[in-house]
Design a protein around this ligand. Structure first.
Ligand SMILES: [Fe+2]
Length: 581
């Protein structure tokens, strides 16, 4: 059974599930280079079909993660008629838009030009709608590998009118237990604070979380009380009437503005932005606990699966883990709306195959790969010199030990928001100043945001408290006493890290590089940041990698077995004090 998931909206994306296995997943932003691209995922679909070696007539079901109107999909899937026709559904939507605009619609409703790429549904292909939060829940549950009863919690801004839901996953089935409408949106609350602090709602919440560690929630205690919903005992007891959230389309992506952000910005000026961020983080952790903990108890389970944008917050996930209430905590590695296409496709497969059990996702290398030949041709066509090497792990480990900044472009691109050793920028974690060096030369982002380590899975327990396999950088952990000084470039000001534990089977080359770095320096961990520059999506194509390499202070780019360096890179090499110790 071949199921193509297609999500159109914030983080438009496509995913392919073949006989229950997620074989491809990519967001349109990676191809268009527009972060959070909300357009039609034309190139994402193309990539998924190519990876699965399928054509549209081979697809049994197209699954879309919404209960809403399908009219945006008409252009893509040719649902209702020829290229110049307007479906009755589209005509209704256009009339509604006109009414909203007070009858003064300046532009006629959009219609697809003849040349626009589309994927017409063939008569044998079924179209299935899966609710937004059910798609989030399915992504979490069916990739958790947990076969017994599991609590599933989905929390985000809003989707299909809901901001959150609680589900029971058991025996391959998902049943709804509770749902919360827009007045319960913890995602909007945290997004509004993020906007108030000067960053993008629905994008830069991680920056708010990073800043929070520098603040004291006590100095802004209660200041945000009028801005968030309140949960107790697993129920929404204090719904919050959010002021209208305004949507603004910018360069192909949605942006949001809330009038409440103006008032919160005033608080930040008065109380200090770091203290307001810290209070927002405290509130979020407290409120999520009020949803999760009572339901864990009620369901009598210690297994939890989560998805929805709120669970991008690694400190929230850390609190849940540290509560001691869960033995298994699975956060879907692409918890935001970019994971909806995969979720809708997984749900559709499992609905048709009710006895199929959840399987465990062990990697997110679900995007396109480019062969060494392709990369070699591309480099030659650009007159770029590169060296072909067959000792990449050792070579890169040595360069990192010499404190160089290396871009690592290997194999299939990761789906989801984290670079996990396929499109990564690497540096040694052993020098505190590397954080600033990387920010200055490559990433151009706020100095207070932490970088993260990739740790050889076998050694995770040496570095972090309450260690467990953490393949996808979804949770923060406290660093063990005495270890903070050893990897200072990846430890946040509050003594936590957001690690990726790397298993050899999941990514052999990457694991071997970390192992070789450990043999040289004694630390079996490297700094791993996503291969992109601030505000851009993660690199997908070798072309993007070349552009980023020459547009930043990267020392080296290893792409397939091709190694590119810059003439002056060697001059900046500096052996760290502990090398060889
Ligand atoms: Fe969502």
């Amino acid at each position: 059974m071949n199921v193509l998931g297609v999500h159109v909206g914030h983080d438009s994306s496509a995913a392919m599930v073949v006989d229950g296995r997620l074989v491809a997943d990519a967001a349109e932003e990676r191809f268009s280079r527009v972060k959070h691209d909300a357009g039609l995922p034309v190139r994402a679909i193309e990539s998924c079909l190519e990876i699965a070696r399928l054509d549209m007539p081979d697809i049994d079901v197209v699954a879309v993660p919404t209960e809403g109107d399908l009219w945006p999909l008409n252009d893509l899937l040719d649902l209702f008629g020829g290229p110049h026709e307007q479906s009755p559904e589209m005509a209704r939507a256009a009339r509604a838009a006109e009414r909203l605009a007070g009858g003064g619609l300046v532009h006629p409703p959009p219609r697809r030009p003849v040349w626009a790429r589309r994927y017409p549904l063939t008569p044998g292909t079924e179209l299935v709608k899966v609710g937004h939060h059910l798609a989030h829940a399915a992504a979490a549950h069916y990739t958790s590998g947990h076969r017994g009863r599991q609590l599933i919690v989905t929390l985000d801004g809003i989707g299909d009118g809901l901001s959150g839901a609680v589900w029971r996953g058991e025996g391959g089935r998902i049943e709804p237990l509770e749902q919360f409408d827009g007045t319960g949106s913890l995602g909007w609350f945290y997004g509004n604070v993020t906007e108030a602090l000067g960053w993008r709602h629905g994008d830069e919440e991680g920056t708010t979380m990073g800043l929070a560690a520098y603040g004291d929630p006590g100095r802004a205690r209660g200041a945000l009380d009028g801005f968030h919903p309140r949960y107790e005992g697993g129920a929404l007891v204090g719904p919050h009437e959010f002021s209208a959230i305004h949507t603004w389309r910018e360069h192909g992506a949605y942006q949001w503005h809330s009038p409440e952000a103006v008032a919160i910005a005033g608080l930040a000026t008065r109380l200090g932005p770091e203290n307001v961020a810290a209070e927002a983080q405290r509130v979020l952790e407290e409120q999520v606990a009020q949803v999760v903990n009572p339901w864990l108890e009620r369901e009598g389970t210690r297994a939890l699966a989560c998805a929805g944008g709120v669970f991008l917050n690694v400190k929230v996930n850390q609190r849940i883990w540290e509560s001691g209430r869960v033995d298994r905590q699975h956060v879907y590695p692409n918890p935001g709306d970019g994971g909806l296409a995969a979720g809708a496709a997984l749900h559709t497969y499992h609905a048709a195959n009710p006895t199929a059990e959840p399987t465990q996702i062990d990697h997110t290398y679900l995007g396109p790969a480019y062969s060494s030949d392709e990369i070699g041709d591309l480099l030659r066509a650009r007159n770029l010199e590169s060296e072909q090497r067959d000792d990449l792990p050792e070579l890169v480990a040595r360069m990192l030990a010499e404190n160089q900044v290396v871009a690592w472009f290997q194999g299939r691109m990761e789906s989801g928001p984290r670079a996990l050793g396929a499109r990564s920028i690497l540096m040694s974690p052993t020098e505190a100043e590397n954080k600033d060096i990387l920010n200055e030369r490559v990433k151009y982002r706020e100095a207070f945001r932490p970088f993260c380590p990739s740790i050889a899975a076998e050694c995770a327990g040496d570095y972090i408290e309450r260690a467990r396999p953490e393949r996808f950088m979804t949770t923060a952990f406290d660093v063990k006493d005495g270890k903070r000084e050893d990897i200072p470039a990846v430890v946040h000001v509050d003594g936590t890290v957001r690690p990726q534990t790397v298993e050899r089977e999941a990514n052999p080359g990457y694991w071997e590089m970390i192992d070789a770095f450990g043999a040289l320096t004694g630390e079996y961990a490297v700094l791993n940041s996503s291969f992109n520059v601030r505000g851009e999506p993660i690199i997908c194509h070798p072309r993007d990698a070349i552009r980023a390499f020459y547009d930043t202070g990267l020392d080296c780019l290893v792409m397939g077995d091709n190694v590119l360096t810059k003439p002056r890179s060697a001059a900046r090499r500096r052996a760290p004090a502990r090398l060889g110790s």
